[in-house]
Structure formats: structure tokens, C-alpha cells
Design a protein around this ligand. Structure first.
Ligand code: NAD
Length: 482
């Protein structure tokens, strides 16, 4: 079945000629959705609607905001199977991964339904007699939310839920390859907003190309921009936002290291590397793509991991036997193959995978690939591939491993597999990353705690959990004497 999508502007579904398509990457004959291609007119209309809704929404009882988010969370959780199926059909992650992401999105709305009701200000004693001080957290205004395709329901959820909880209104521009699941979320929010009586226009979603995202960033009535996507686009978003002093927050790429020390439990190390590098087809910003292995365990580890990688069942995302789905698009598939060629030409040794993969379905399949004997400075270890391709770097000991892990432009997530408390603790303190994992995959995080990186992986305030309030509110300090 092919859905025909419409923009959501000012509490209405706004149809236009469906000139774009989204296709199922597991079977490209399957058209998942047809959709309109918006531009500046849609940006202007959606921002105007969000601006108009802001005074009533920011003044509304926090109970109303909580009710909206709670309803959205309940609906997503109730429809997890159907939404997870749509997500997997459109993005290509396996059905358990698609359902898992959907549940995460539902839980995020439930979490922020609680946050909307919590007290976030403070009373403080003044240094002056008779003076009282209060701090308030106040809504900011209209937020432009720009999201990628790899977590097409969870990322719109973790940006829009806190924005709405704290009294802001939003315009979301979702990624090109995954509009149908984004539209399903928009429809749920749209219906919940009507049911609780929220002002029309608190939530808007418009479909269009990257250039439309740029128009949203430049719009004078957009007070804050939250962007998740690639580093190059993120840098241009920050520049444009700062030019007009809008708030901006960026979550971007990663080249996440996983260290395997020679005291590691081998089975654990293999499981952690397999999950971190290959689940979700390696299309996670937190995926482990550089595996840094101590000399004494290197050969045993590479052999054991290669065996598991070679045994991964690649196939249609909706087939229950599939362990790894396709890349989201032909471009992503070709990027993986290009980096495999680059790694080979720089001296890397393909231990498993590396060839083209043709299955019965016409889809964007990639052979999961492990490349050994790479050097830390090779392109395969410096640039984000965003596919099921991992490389290993041999090191002599922990100190060298830490130095290699901390090298490079990115700093999102970093992991270590070890049975040594000394090294685990040292790594937690000294790893240059926003998230540090001990004996766990670099990918896979909780929804109620801060998320984000350092260096070129992130910019601005942290997202998610109790950290989200920083970006989605502004502090007012009130003094009084009576
Ligand atoms: P992308 O940068 O190509 O696109 C992201 C979004 O920005 C899309 O909605 C796109 O249409 C829009 N866009 C494109 N050009 C724009 C412009 N000039 N101005 C404004 N918006 C524009 O990224 P992608 O391919 O969709 O996603 C993959 C990237 O996202 C990877 O680099 C990955 O690491 C990153 N990512 C990061 C995180 C994180 O939290 N750190 C999470 C998921 C994905």
C-alpha cells in the first residue's frame, strides 16, 4: 500500500501535488509513500502558524501540555507493531529494531509528559536583606527541528516532546528518505492536539529538500534550531543560525572507537563489537567503526568476530529471519562500497565481506565487512562511513589504545571491553567522548539521560532526559522586595 502524505500546517493536513516518492530499501519496487515537495511558502506558512499558537500554548496549564504528550505516548505504544513495521519497511532496519525504536519514541513522550508538570524554577535567598529571588524557566518560542533518516521516529520524538512540554511550538522538517513514518507521528500528534484542545499550530511538519531546511534555519521568526544530521550540513546550520542570534543545537557524526584489551572476555568483546558495528546496518551515529585491539588478543578476536560477521543473515527488513537489513538508499550502499575500496587501496585486509551482495529482492544490500591491519590515520579510520563496515587497528597496550581512540575529529561515543577496573575507570575519565561505555556497545542508550558528544560530533546544549530543559527554555531571574 502506498500512502499519500500531506504537510501538517496550523492544525490542518495541507495537500499538494505528490511529486516525490519514498521507496522500501529492502525491495525498491515497493513505493512506501508519495509526498509533496515543499519550499519557502510552506516554511513561511508553518512558522506563521507556530508563531500564532505560541502565546496560548506557553500560557496554557502544564496539565494540558502533559495530557497532549501522554496521549501521544500512549498511542505510539499501543500501535508499536504497526508503526515499527512501517519504520522498518521505509528505513530498512529489522522489525525488532523498528519496533524497539517506536517504543523508545513512545516512552520519550511519556517521560516529557511528566517533565511538563515538574517544577523547574528555584527560590534563592538574596545577599541583601528583605530581597527574594526566584528563577523561572520560560518557553522560548518557535523551534525548527531538522531530523535525519536513521532514527526517523525517535529523533523527531526526542526533539518535539521537550519543546512542546516546556511550552514552545514546533516546525519539523524530516529527512527525505523516511517521510511516511514521520508523517505517521505527525498524524498522531495532530489527533492528540485536537483531542485535548491544544491551540492549532502548536505542531507543524513540512516535507521538502535540504534547501527547505535551510529556509527554516534562516527564518526570522524561528527562535531555536535543533539539528541532527551530517557534520557538513550541521556546520552550515550553525553559521546561519548564529548570524541572526537564534539558539542552535547540533548532533552530528561519529567515528566511535571500541577498545578491546587483552584481559577482555572474548565472547563479550565479540558480542559488543558485533552489535555496535553491524546492528541497524551500521547506520547509527554511535556505531563502533574503529575497533582498537590489544596485540595479545588481536588474532583470536578478529577470527571470532569475522566468524560472527560472516554468519549474519542479511535480507528483507521485515523477514523474521533477517539479522541485518539493507542500507537506506543506493547512495548509502555505494558509500560503504567506496570506503571498502579506499581501505583496500590503503593496505587494509578484508577479513570477511567486501563484495557486492545480490539477493532475490531488488534492494540496497551491503555485505557486512570487517577490515583488519588498518592504521589509525587511514581514511577508513577518520571518516564516517555510516554502513556495516568496521576496521581493526592493532595496538600494544592500553596507553596506545587510549591515544588512538582519542585521536580524530569526532567525540560522540567510545567503548572499552576489559575486566580491569583500573582501565575501565581510567577510560571513563580520559576518553574524549560525550558518552563512554564499559563492556557495552558504543550504540544503544537510555532515553531519560543526557545524550551528545564533544569535538565535531555535537554543538550546543545536550539533548534528552533532564538535560533537554536547557535548550528548550530560557531562565529569567526575578528579584522582589516587600
Ligand atoms: P544530512 O545532514 O544529509 O540531513 C539531515 C537533515 O538536514 C535532513 O532533514 C536534510 O534534509 C536536512 N538538510 C540537508 N541540507 C540542509 C541545509 N543546507 N540546511 C538545513 N537542513 C538541511 O544527514 P542524514 O544523511 O539525513 O543523516 C545521517 C547523518 O546524521 C550521519 O552523519 C549521522 O552520524 C548523523 N546522525 C547523528 C546523530 C547524533 O545524535 N549525533 C543521530 C543520528 C544521525
Amino acid at each position: 500500500m502506498t500512502d499519500t502524505l500531506a504537510h501538517f500546517i496550523g492544525g490542518e493536513r495541507v495537500s499538494a501535488d505528490a511529486v516525490e516518492e519514498s521507496r522500501n530499501p529492502s525491495n525498491t519496487n515497493d513505493v512506501v509513500a508519495k509526498l509533496p515537495r515543499g519550499g519557502e511558502a510552506e516554511v513561511n506558512a508553518a512558522v506563521a502558524a507556530a508563531k500564532q499558537a505560541f502565546p496560548a500554548w506557553s500560557d496554557a496549564s502544564p496539565e494540558l501540555r502533559s495530557d497532549l504528550l501522554d496521549k501521544v505516548g500512549d498511542t505510539i505504544l499501543k500501535r508499536r507493531e504497526e508503526l515499527g513495521r512501517l519504520l522498518s519497511r521505509e528505513e530498512g532496519k529489522t522489525l525488532p529494531e523498528g519496533i524497539g525504536e517506536t517504543v523508545r519514541a513512545g516512552r520519550i513522550f511519556k517521560y516529557f509528559a511528566g517533565e511538563a508538570l515538574r517544577r523547574h524554577g528555584q527560590n534563592l535567598d538574596s545577599v541583601r536583606p528583605g530581597v527574594e529571588i526566584q528563577t523561572y524557566r520560560q518557553a522560548v518560542g518557535v523551534y525548527g527541528l531538522i531530523t535525519p533518516w536513521n532514527f526517523p521516529i525517535a529523533i523527531p520524538a526526542w526533539k518535539s516532546a521537550p519543546a512542546l512540554a516546556f511550552g514552545n511550538t514546533v516546525v519539523i522538517k524530516p529527512a527525505g528518505p523516511t517521510p511516511a513514518i514521520a508523517a505517521a507521528l505527525a498524524q498522531i500528534i495532530h489527533e492528540a492536539a485536537e483531542a485535548v484542545g491544544a491551540p492549532k499550530g502548536v505542531f507543524n511538519m513540512i516535507f521538502g529538500p535540504g534547501a527547505m531546511g535551510a529556509k527554516l534555519v534562516e527564518h526570522k521568526d524561528v527562535d531555536g534550531i535543533s539539528f541532527t544530521g551530517s557534520q557538513t550540513v550541521g556546520a552550515s546550520v550553525a553559521e546561519a543560525a548564529m548570524k541572526r542570534q537564534a539558539r542552535v543545537q547540533l548532533e552530528m557524526g561519529g567515528k566511535n572507537p571500541l577498545i578491546v584489551l587483552d584481559d577482555a572476555d572474548l565472547d563479550r568483546a565479540v558480542m559488543v563489537a558485533l552489535d555496535g558495528s553491524f546492528y541497524a546496518t551500521g547506520q547509527r551515529c554511535t556505531a563502533s567503526s574503529r575497533i582498537i585491539v590489544a596485540d595479545a588478543i588481536h588474532d583470536r578476536f578478529v577470527e571470532a568476530l569475522a566468524e560472527k560477521v560472516a554468519a549474519l543473515r542479511v535480507g528483507d527488513a521485515l523477514d523474521p529471519n533477517t539479522q541485518m537489513g539493507p542500507a537506506v538508499s543506493e547512495d548509502q550502499m555505494e558509500t560503504s562500497y567506496r570506503y571498502i575500496d579506499i581501505a583496500k587501496s590503503e593496505g587494509g585486509r578484508v577479513v570477511t565481506g567486501g563484495g557486492r551482495l545480490k539477493l532475490d529482492n531488488p534492494g540496497w544490500y551491503v555485505q557486512p565487512t570487517l577490515i583488519a591491519d588498518t592504521h589509525k590515520d587511514m581514511r577508513i579510520n577518520c571518516e564516517e562511513v555510516f554502513g556495516p563496515v568496521a576496521s581493526t587497528v592493532r595496538v600494544k597496550d592500553y596507553d596506545e589504545a587510549l591515544a588512538v581512540a582519542n585521536d580524530g575529529d569526532f567525540g560522540l561515543s567510545a567503548g572499552i571491553v576489559t575486566t580491569s577496573l583500573k582501565y575501565a575507570r581510567d577510560f571513563q575519565r580520559r576518553a574524549k567522548a560525550g558518552m563512554v561505555m564499559v563492556n557495552l556497545p558504543t550504540a544503544g542508550v537510555d532515553y531519560h539521560v543526557p545524550f551528545g558528544g564533544i569535538k565535531k560530533s555535537s554543538y550546543g546544549a545536550r539533548e534528552q532526559g533532564f538535560a533537554a530543559i536547557e535548550f528548550y527554555t530560557q531562565t529569567k531571574t526575578a528579584y522582589s522586595w516587600a
